[in-house]
Design a protein around this ligand. Structure first.
Ligand code: AMP
Length: 363
């Protein structure tokens, strides 16, 4: 029986482990918190910091193959491990995504269109970037930003003063794209092929994903182009394993926003909404089984359950609705804005969700 190791024990690790079990594969997770969600379903676990080289080495020795669901594992720790153990996705996709400036430069170098951007380190470079890109613009920290943390939209010259406190760390200024919609694609690649999941439309609230609606509201031509360019990008970069890319769509234009070499929140809908899912295909890749091309079962909506919606989600679960799948991650502490679970509505459109379900959750 094969064993996969997962660096990170959050909900992504939990869902990787569940799918691993479905394929007859054991799972071991490493996470710094003793009550990490994935530990409940994993066959074994290690409580240790992500920069604890000895603990990571122990994980590698316990497993046939190792993946990561946490994207800020430091390179100085991971690179030597990748040389010694079977971590087939390697460090490169993490390295390329850990810094927004490097990430966008890499995307552009491999043929993807990005919003205009410039490095910002101090007031002078911020003012120069504003002159070059114009306003509105979005200032973001280059590293460790997620779910809209460490971001500021600059609308007028007066906002530059407000932005200065953010400049204690290296930043990037991006052209603001007044997009029609946001969309993402999840792909899994082995040496032979890339399979990609149907593109979903993502609706964010306060910078956090709220809804994924599949299929996305864009023309077949745009969606086909997004799929083709994403698969080409993954191949050209030499990435294997799993990769998610988030885009902005405006008219016929597609702008790369960011990428993540791990299962993606916007791909949770695939568990019930597709014939195979992002976690399962990742496990197949890891254990060297042929990948399966996913198909959408029916239009699907995924609603993220943050702390403020947990009680409502439990009620939906108790009511037991058909084609409605409630996932609660079992985190011990619930906080507003913390991802506590998600609900997948299969056979549901965005309009149907707005009419039948939206009122059940915090506005
Ligand atoms: P990010 O963490 O970069 O994904 O940004 C979080 C959210 O902020 C995105 O999902 C968008 O809704 C918004 N956002 C980020 N960058 C831009 C941009 N350049 N133009 C317009 N909206 C943006």
């Amino acid at each position: 029986m094969k064993t996969i190791g997962i660096i990170g024990g959050g909900q992504l690790g939990l869902m990787i482990a569940e799918q691993a079990h479905g394929l007859g594969v054991r799972a071991v997770a490493l996470d710094p918190t003793a009550d990490a969600p994935a530990f409940r379903v994993c066959d074994d676990h290690i409580v240790a910091a992500y920069d604890d080289a000895a603990a990571l080495e122990r994980l590698c020795r316990l497993c046939d193959v190792v993946t990561y669901e946490f994207e800020n594992v430091p390179g100085e720790i991971l690179i030597p491990l990748c040389e010694k153990y079977n971590i087939p996705q390697g460090y490169k996709p993490l390295y390329d995504s850990q810094d927004r400036l490097r990430e966008k430069t890499n995307a552009r170098n491999h043929g993807l269109q990005t919003p205009g951007f410039a490095a910002v380190d101090d007031e002078a470079s911020l003012r120069a970037a504003v002159r070059e890109l114009g306003l509105p613009a979005v200032l973001k920290t280059r590293t460790l930003g997620y779910d809209g943390h460490g971001q500021l939209v600059l609308k007028s010259e007066a906002d530059i003063e407000r932005a200065l406190p953010l400049l204690t760390v290296p930043c990037i200024l991006e052209e603001f794209i007044p997009f029609d919609s946001e969309a993402s694609i999840v792909m899994v690649a082995d040496r032979e092929r890339v399979v990609s999941f149907p593109v979903g439309r993502n609706i964010h609230r306060d910078g956090i994903l709220d809804l994924s609606i599949v299929p996305a509201a864009a023309s077949q031509e745009v969606l086909g182009r997004m799929k083709a360019q994403s698969e080409r990008f993954m191949r050209e970069c030499g990435y294997e394993g799993i990769l998610a890319i988030e885009y902005f769509i405006r008219g016929g234009e597609i702008y790369f926003n960011e990428m993540a070499p791990r299962p993606h929140n916007s791909g949770h809908y695939t568990i019930e909404g597709c014939t195979t899912n992002q976690f399962r295909e990742l496990v197949r890749y890891l254990i060297g089984e042929p990948l399966q091309e996913p198909r959408l079962v029916a239009p699907t909506v995924m609603k993220n359950i943050l702390g403020q919606d947990l009680d409502a989600a439990r009620v939906v679960e108790r009511e037991g609705h058909p084609n409605t799948y409630v996932h609660i991650y079992g985190k011990t502490e619930s906080r507003p804005k913390r991802k506590m679970g998600h609900i997948t509505f299969v056979g549901m459109t965005g309009e149907g969700y707005a009419k039948e379900w939206a009122d059940r959750f915090v506005k």
